[in-house]
Ligand binder design. Structure first.
Ligand SMILES: Cc1cc2nc3c(=O)[nH]c(=O)nc-3n(C[C@H](O)[C@H](O)[C@H](O)COP(=O)(O)OP(=O)(O)OC[C@H]3O[C@@H](n4cnc5c(N)ncnc54)[C@H](O)[C@@H]3O)c2cc1C
Length: 477
């Protein structure tokens, strides 16, 4: 049996970073992964594929050129599924090769197979066993598959199997308007597919700033997505004549489509780990509870990434794993876990936010003032023709500090980082006044929004009803 300073179970974003961090300090590490291909959902089925398909959909559909120039500059309007999936497969293959090369060069011992705990220091992988002074569990999550959907039937997909699509549907039902469902709904709608988005709630992505949720919902409907709100699927009949899928809805109707994508949330991959043998407690929905250092109930076993639950993002999973490993191996920690975690949602248009929202500030009783800039107000916004986009900044009245940033529109997930860094540095509206940004850029919107906030705070801004509303809504701390 080989012994290591750390054994990592799971080779997704969290596990890979955990192993790399260990190796970079000259400690020995084994990485156990159930699949030969490393990268987990982050690289193989989730983050990267879905974002690549979104880019492909935008490019193939010629959506942008139609909007900007009134002409279709796409090669073909009738993209085939091969066209659609080609770039995703290339990006994935390139990334997989890079990961393999990094793992080899970092002298991480890769053990292919499912890891099963024998005890709190020993993991069986097939017929072999590895021993770790410490162990990091980073086994991620998988799509939840409600039993009412016949997943064995053709054209009944989840977010993993949608990547094996064999033809582009003309009509697609997406069940579940969470982040994954909403993103895929937008991607397919951009390709010209008639998308029906079925969800039990009446508000889209309710954790978002209310204004952003409404603006996104409006934009998605303009892009042709049909919303079925406060709705539930009672039955799904697949394998019918002409390969049609019939969804019986709680409201009484039947939705007939060519394909259905079920995006009903994810479940933690803990079932087959035999955590009991290691003394690791399991929480609700199979999630592993951890303390602030990502340590489980077993003192030498840590857990990070989707397997511990919210926020279950590739970005946060990696940072959790880095911190878990540092604590486990007694390595220097640096600062606290960044208290500002950005949220990026790759719908069309994309949305990103960091820090507080108006709703959360109101809840805390913090008095704030708002600054906004529409993409169309800036030179760059006009050039790229983004008519939906806007940036919104929230400043605390007491000290003028930036408390929250929200961006909706092209490049939102990049643009948010300017606000994020300003917040980490404790910046006020003055930081944007003082800064000189390249022109024409979307970054310039920060200057517009900060100026807008300054004007409105003094009651001399343009007379926009929404601004008055926000002043009226602001409350004393
Ligand atoms: C469609 C989709 C889109 C997404 N988009 C984004 C996005 O835009 N931005 C973002 O930040 N996040 C996004 N995410 C979330 C992101 O993919 C996950 O948060 C991230 O992959 C979690 O990383 P992880 O290492 O915890 O787990 P995973 O990536 O799930 O990797 C876990 C690995 O462990 C392996 N494993 C499981 N059980 C065992 C076992 N017993 N033994 C050995 N190996 C095992 C699995 O095979 C897998 O390789 C998206 C997810 C999906 C599904």
């Amino acid at each position: 049996m080989n012994s290591y300073d750390l054994v990592v179970i799971g080779g997704g974003p969290a596990g890979l970073i955990g192993a790399a961090e260990t190796a970079s300090f000259g400690r020995s590490v084994a990485l156990v992964n159930a699949e030969k291909t490393l990268g987990g959902a982050g690289v193989n089925t989730g983050t990267m594929p879905s974002k690549t398909l979104r880019e492909t959909a935008l490019a193939l559909s010629g959506a942008k050129s139609r909007k900007l120039y009134g002409v279709d500059l796409s090669l073909r309007r009738e993209a085939t599924v091969t066209d659609f999936l080609r770039h995703e497969q290339n990006v994935k293959a390139g990334f997989n090769a890079m990961i393999d090369q990094r793992v080899a060069s970092q002298k991480i011992d890769f053990c292919y197979g499912s890891g099963v705990f024998r005890d709190s220091h020993t993991v069986a992988v097939g017929n072999a066993t590895v021993r770790g002074e410490k162990i990091l569990v980073a086994t991620g999550s998988s799509p939840r598959r409600p039993t009412l959907f016949p997943f064995g039937q053709p054209h009944v997909y989840d977010s993993d199997t949608i990547l094996n699509l064999d033809r582009l549907p003309r009509r697609l039902a997406v069940v579940g308007a969470g982040v994954i469902g909403s993103e895929y709904a937008c991607t397919f709608a951009a390709l010209g597919v008639e998308v029906h988005l079925v969800d039990g709630r009446d508000v889209l992505l309710p954790f978002l700033d209310g204004e952003a949720s409404q603006a996104l919902s409006d934009a998605m409907q303009r892009n042709g997505i049909v919303f079925h709100r406060n709705e539930r699927v009672l039955e799904c009949a697949a394998g019918n004549e002409g390969d049609r899928i019939a969804l019986k809805l709680a409201s009484g109707g039947v939705l007939s489509t060519d394909a259905v994508l079920v995006a009903a949330g994810r479940k933690s991959n803990t079932e087959r780990l035999n955590l009991r043998a290691a003394g690791v407690a399991i929480g609700e929905h199979g999630l592993i509870p951890v303390d602030e250092h990502y340590r489980t109930s077993a003192p030498d076993i840590y857990a990070a990434g989707d397997v511990i639950g919210f926020p279950a993002l590739a970005s946060t999973s990696m940072e959790q794993a880095r911190r878990a490993v540092r604590h486990a191996l007694g390595l220097p920690m640096g600062s606290e876990f960044p208290r500002l975690l950005p949220t990026g949602i790759y719908t069309i248009p994309e949305i990103s936010m960091a820090g507080e929202t108006e709703e959360s500030l109101k809840k805390q009783g913090v008095k704030y003032f708002v600054g906004r800039a529409r993409y169309e107000d800036s030179a760059r916004g006009r050039i790229i023709g983004d008519t939906d986009g806007f940036l919104k900044l929230l400043f605390r009245c007491a000290d003028r500090k930036l408390m929250g940033v929200l961006v909706l529109g092209e490049g939102a997930t990049e643009l948010v980082h300017i606000g994020l860094m300003a917040m980490l540095a404790g910046g006020t509206d003055a930081i944007f006044e003082e800064a000189c940004f390249n022109l024409p850029t979307l970054a310039d919107l920060y200057k517009f929004a900060a100026r807008d906030a300054w004007l409105h705070e003094r009651g001399i801004g343009p007379d926009e009803p929404s601004q008055g509303e926000h002043r009226a809504n602001a409350v004393e701390r």
